[in-house]
Design a protein around this ligand. Structure first.
Ligand SMILES: [Zn+2]
Ligand SMILES: [Zn+2]
Length: 297
């Protein structure tokens, strides 16, 4: 180290054992340092290789054979008969993509807390933006042509712990609203058998099965690498829809009005804050249909 206390230092280190990386932050000569190196994980999540599915390294530095994501053995893909967890699933409703009404990507008009959205994905990403205080992102998401664009905009939002703790409840609220406002969705989940497992067949390990359609259908449910959180929420809402059909739709409206008022207060508060810190801001009104700010492609 030198006597100059800031700036970038380049260091040569011995190659790290396979699967290991240096911490992102450490203390060196009494100073807190940020450490960057090739093959280092991008965030603090557990790093998983998408080639061999072992943890601790990325695909870019993997020297192992390509493996099945379900059993982590080489020579086959998930859902092929060679996989020890192969089994054709009977009581599942797999879905993905904008053509399927069960998917959040399905284009439909949704009114959530008084804001109109073009899909459930738009509604979810917009709420994320608002709750994380990113009004620019919120207005861009509202203006986004399709759900994929809305999702991409949403991925750039810097989230906070509060959002992570409440996002599943937000998703459930949106799916419930979809079950009231989108008749085709309502019919589809209401007519499914009670034992049906809804499952989003995407590589997303949080909301989906973590597998493609073939892999999902032909793998035992308890071996799906993803948590299928969205499918679980739809199942829960489907149960409510069946009950609601019996005792009719009444109780929701009041609660929604209260929530709507609460959400508006947050929007107003953020607007005031923003106006105060950025006196000549333009085109950042999350309620406006079109935004003056630069478009995303
Ligand atoms: Zn690997
Ligand atoms: Zn396998």
């Amino acid at each position: 180290m030198t006597s100059i206390l800031n700036g970038t230092r380049f260091m040569y280190i011995e190659p790290l054992p396979a699967g290991e990386s240096l911490p992102k932050f450490n203390t060196c000569a009494g100073l807190r340092c940020k450490i960057l190196h090739f093959g280092q994980p991008k965030n603090n999540h557990i790093l998983q290789c998408t080639n061999c599915w072992k943890t601790g390294h990325t695909k870019s530095i993997c020297k192992n054979d390509s493996c099945c994501k379900v059993c982590q053995k080489p020579g086959h893909l998930p859902g092929q008969k060679e996989c020890p967890h192969y089994e054709v699933q009977k009581h599942i409703a797999p879905f993905s993509g904008s053509q399927d009404v069960l998917s959040n990507f399905y284009p439909c008009e949704l009114d959530i807390y008084g804001v109109k959205h073009k899909s459930a994905e738009h509604a979810f990403q917009y709420t994320k933006a608002i709750r994380c205080g990113d009004l620019d992102a919120a207005s861009k998401i509202t203006a986004a042509e399709d759900a994929l664009s809305a999702m991409r905009l949403g991925k750039k939002i810097k989230t906070n712990e509060q959002w992570n703790a409440t996002k599943e409840a937000v998703m459930e609220e949106i799916i419930e609203n979809k079950s009231v406002q989108v008749k085709l969705f309502q019919e589809k989940i209401r007519s499914a058998k009670q034992s049906t497992t809804f499952v989003e067949t995407t590589y997303n390990d949080e909301w989906g099965s973590g597998l493609d359609r073939t892999g999902t259908i032909n793998t035992k449910q308890d071996k799906w690498p993803g948590k299928n959180t969205l499918g679980t929420i739809i199942k829960k809402v489907a149960k409510k829809v069946r009950k609601r059909k019996l005792s009719d739709n009444a109780p929701k409206a009041q609660k929604q009005n209260r929530e709507q008022a609460k959400q508006r207060n947050i929007v107003d508060m953020l607007k005031t804050l923003r106006a105060a810190s950025d006196s000549d801001a333009s085109g950042c009104n999350p309620d406006s249909e079109s935004s003056e700010s630069e478009g995303e492609t």
